[in-house]
Design a protein around this ligand. Structure first.
Ligand SMILES: CC(C)(COP(=O)(O)OP(=O)(O)OC[C@H]1O[C@@H](n2cnc3c(N)ncnc32)[C@H](O)[C@@H]1OP(=O)(O)O)[C@@H](O)C(=O)NCCC(=O)NCCS
Length: 287
């Protein structure tokens, strides 16, 4: 606590009205442990929960779950996995959602805002099966849900979403790997959100260049004009946004988590003070 106050004083910030809570001296810790044990339904013992709650990531998530805090921003010192796992285990998906995903908002002076997904959570999309081996949620349905959720997030930031389901193939020009996944996800997403401007599968050049878009995907209202990009796996999404950020000169805000039952967001460990500041405002606004 003294450390936080000293850091604030050194930075010239007045934090007089703020409440600083230390997980190691929290007066409602017993109540918090009981609540977490109940949520984890036998997956973690009381001793394990108490141990985990000494850490800021689990403690902060439980503060949100218990309604003490409205939202949480973490990740400057934890990996994405360690920031997100407590949220997935404790806060879980919002009603109607099947999975949590993330998106990045990209901003550059003089250019339109862009949105990319998923750069941080879903490594790849696999069919989810029950114990009998029946598919309960297909990989394509998951990617389609990411696309529809991302369009929703884009709208919150004032983007009128034109969603491109990205691939190394445009309209069947390439075969194999994730091409069928992007094709089927496009079909499902159109069913889920018939009024959404969404097309695929398409390559990035077809998505952003009107000339290439017209050539490779004639008749599409999205090709050439896309501003919301759905990658077929985490590798592509994570590498893609970092190219825009580091070589394209875009500022990147996020990952912003989608599908969670409370506003909890993650920072990249490479973040700077301005990104922390802006993500704090975004996270508070989402609450
Ligand atoms: C998000 C992530 C951490 C979850 O991994 P994990 O902890 O090994 O996941 P598990 O399969 O053990 O699942 C933990 C819990 O989260 C849930 N979960 C996992 N992924 C989920 C998703 N996408 N949406 C909703 N719930 C999810 C599981 O159902 C499980 O719940 P339960 O404990 O109540 O049964 C993992 O997908 C990951 O590491 N992603 C990549 C992170 C990364 O490196 N990003 C790049 C840098 S930004």
């Amino acid at each position: 606590m003294d450390e936080v106050k000293a850091a604030a004083a050194k930075g010239g910030f007045d934090i007089e009205g703020l409440e600083i809570i230390d997980p190691l001296n929290y007066d409602k810790m017993d109540e918090m442990v009981d609540a977490m044990v109940a949520i984890r339904k036998g997956k973690q013992t009381p001793e394990e929960c108490r141990e985990l709650l000494k850490k800021g990531n689990y403690f902060g998530t439980m503060l949100v779950k218990m309604g003490v805090a409205d939202s949480l921003l973490g990740g400057a010192t934890y990996s994405t996995a360690d920031t997100v796992r407590p949220a997935l285990q404790i806060v879980k998906t919002k009603p109607g959602a099947h999975l949590v995903s993330s998106c990045i908002i990209l901003q550059k002076e003089g250019a339109d805002l862009l949105c990319m997904a998923d750069p941080a959570i879903n490594v790849s999309y696999e069919d989810k099966k029950d114990k009998e081996g029946n598919v309960v949620l297909s990989a394509a349905a998951q990617l389609a849900e990411v696309a529809v959720e991302t369009a929703r997030t884009a709208k919150i930031f004032g983007i009128d979403p034109k969603v491109a389901m990205l691939s190394f193939s445009t309209k069947g020009s390439g075969k194999g790997a994730t091409v069928p996944l992007s094709q089927e996800a496009t079909r499902i997403a159109k069913e889920m959100a018939p009024d959404l401007a969404l097309d695929g599968e398409m390559q990035f050049d077809a998505a952003v260049s009107p000339v290439v878009g017209q050539l490779k995907f004639p008749g599409s209202s999205v090709a050439g004009y896309a501003n919301t990009f759905i990658f077929p796996c985490l590798e592509a999404g994570n590498i893609g946004y970092k190219i825009a950020q580091r070589l394209g000169g875009y500022a990147a805000y996020g990952p912003i988590l989608q599908g969670l039952n409370a506003p909890i967001n993650d920072l990249s460990r490479g973040c700077n003070a301005d990104e922390v500041y802006k993500m704090a405002i975004i996270t508070a606004a989402l609450a």
